[in-house]
Design a binder for this molecule. Structure first.
Ligand code: NAD
Length: 365
């Protein structure tokens, strides 16, 4: 019997809902055209789940999505829920999925499409042909470390604190993913840390060096995060694969997004392996719910559509469909169609759903 791919679609909040509609159209179209059996189910997360169930991720939703083959998530959060207690804010739903499914390896490619060179704030020669991959550790580090909180010290004086910790086991598994990925790209890996100041990242560097002994063909370099941020803007093409901690990866990948022209162009994949050896993965754009443009029909759905492409590659091992999606995006951009965030003079502005239409037209060919 043909395999059925069970995909959980979690639109979330704000523009997450708008771009998820386009993701759904692409998946339905490609599965029909290629006779793939796909079972796509809508689920609630973030503010949408708080409004319905009083929690950013219900146990029932979590149990269902754990059984799916792949998860696609739009974005969560927005002003409506900002005053809620930290523990039940929309973002906690997303962090919980990452933690419960142990999605420890986050792939954030930054690929510059030639037609978008003018949308970047950097000079064309700096970014032309750029194709780098940031691998961010996703389930450890300061976003999860305990203790954490805000405490009253005395009178009006408070203390806010978080804990940055990594175990050698956590570092080793992300290092393995990074070296394996470097092996199938250009065999260059740059590990980013702050080993001169933070002990946890001194350990990070030591473990990376240990793991590198198993990959003698990979040229390994190390860089402090402050320098890496500067180098990403000065000469991004010096990098191929970057591996770094949770918080550093969060910041550096937003910085890398501007190389590509817009946050609306950056897809991501978060991959983990369950205790029983089963692979789990979630695909989502790097950007957030963009409350400033939510409901206006102008959000760029391409990061989301490229995330669908990553799903075909990493979860369903269908590189052909993944490449087709990248090619369709390239063609649409070459024809001058743009959402507002990547609009430059001489091009035609189109809406979120029209961008979905254009991609479908290309895929149809
Ligand atoms: P954001 O990424 O939502 O928006 C930053 C800027 O980029 C905004 O001006 C927005 O209009 C623009 N932008 C983002 N995506 C775009 C797209 N696809 N098309 C066109 N323009 C786009 O970041 P923010 O404003 O800092 O956060 C807004 C909310 O999103 C907050 O509640 C935050 O916590 C949440 N957030 C969620 C995620 C996630 O779900 N993975 C990630 C980051 C932020």
């Amino acid at each position: 019997m043909e395999k059925t791919y069970n995909i959980a679609l979690l639109p979330g909040d704000g523009i997450g809902k708008e771009i998820s509609i386009q993701a759904k159209r692409i998946i339905n179209f490609l599965s029909k055209k290629n006779q793939l059996h796909v079972n796509l189910s809508d689920e609630l997360v973030g503010g949408a789940s708080i409004d319905e169930f009083g929690t950013p991720l219900s146990e029932e939703t979590l149990n269902r999505i754990k059984k799916s083959d792949a998860i696609i998530l739009g974005a969560v959060g927005g002003p409506k829920w900002e005053k809620l207690d930290f523990k039940i804010r929309p973002e906690r739903g997303l962090l919980r999925i990452r933690k419960e499914l142990d999605l420890f390896a986050n792939f954030r490619p930054a690929l510059v499409f030639d037609p978008l060179i003018d949308s970047s704030s950097l000079k064309p020669e700096i970014i032309k042909g750029l194709d780098i991959l940031i691998i961010r550790e996703l389930t450890g580090g300061i976003y999860f470390g305990e203790p954490r909180g805000i405490e009253k010290i005395d009178g009006k004086n408070f203390k806010g604190f978080n804990t940055l910790s990594y175990t050698s086991k956590e570092i080793e598994r992300i290092a393995e993913v990074a070296f394996k990925t470097a092996m199938i790209r250009s065999k260059k890996l740059c590990s980013v840390d702050k080993a001169n100041v933070l002990e946890s990242t001194e350990l990070w560097r030591n473990v990376i060096i240990d793991v590198s002994k198993r990959y003698p063909d990979v040229e390994l370099t190390h860089m402090y995060v402050d320098n890496a941020a500067m180098q990403l803007v000065r000469n991004p093409k010096q990098f191929d694969v970057i591996v770094t901690t949770n918080m550093f990866g969060d910041i550096l990948s937003d910085c890398a997004s501007m190389l590509t022209g817009s946050l609306g162009m950056l897809p991501s994949a978060s991959i983990g392996v369950m205790a029983n050896g089963e692979k789990k993965a979630m695909y989502e754009p790097v950007h957030g719910s963009a409350p400033d443009i939510a409901g206006m029909g102008i959000a760029n759905p391409l990061a989301m559509i490229l995330s669908v492409g990553m799903m075909f590659k990493y979860s369903f091992e269908n590189e052909l469909l993944s490449n087709k999606i990248i090619k369709a995006v390239k063609s649409v951009l070459e024809k001058g169609f743009r959402t507002r965030d990547i609009l430059t003079s001489g091009n035609k502005e189109i809406s979120t759903s029209e961008m979905g239409d254009k991609i479908l037209e290309e895929l149809e060919k």
